[in-house]
Design a protein around this ligand. Structure first.
Ligand SMILES: [Zn+2]
Length: 150
């Protein structure tokens, strides 16, 4: 994956990783409801969950880490969403109208101030750990330390 901001690369990657993990920690596809392995980025194998940015993350930098702009979906739904953007918008309008209405307003703006990726990465890491502690206590019993695969 290539980033446009050389100085932000390290912390941007860190922030992306924590954000993705935090979004995926919901544990199921928000589109088709299939449960998935949130600790595994799916890529080639099935059963994984991915972070789909409703507004493109490289264009709308200021929404790159905004919860509203991120949806946890499975590989199959992610591929469909990328290949059929209008279809995904229609699904959003019909099923997640609050997000759809946010998107319509948000996509009018493309300007962005400077982003402190290090601060964002640290905040997201803390949020992720807090989320895991309050939602996935059974992970300890399963001997899967949160964040292990970061
Ligand atoms: Zn799905």
């Amino acid at each position: 994956m290539r980033y446009r901001h050389p100085h932000g690369t390290y912390w941007m990657k860190k922030a992306d990783d924590w954000n993705s993990l935090l979004v995926r920690a919901i544990g199921y596809c928000e589109k088709c409801n299939t449960p998935g392995e949130f600790e595994q980025k799916s890529q080639a194998h099935t059963g994984g969950l991915e972070n789909h940015h409703i507004l493109e993350k490289s264009v709308y930098l200021m929404y790159r880490y905004l919860k509203t702009n991120c949806i946890c979906i499975c590989t199959k739904c992610h591929t469909e969403a990328e290949n059929d953007k209008n279809g995904f918008r229609k699904w959003l309008e019909e099923n997640r109208n609050d997000i759809f209405l946010w998107m319509i307003e948000a996509e009018k703006s493309k300007h962005c101030t400077q982003i402190n990726y290090q601060k964002i990465a640290e905040q997201l890491e803390a949020q992720y750990k807090e989320f895991i502690e309050s939602n996935w206590m059974d992970l300890e019993a399963m001997d899967v330390p949160p964040g292990r695969k970061i």
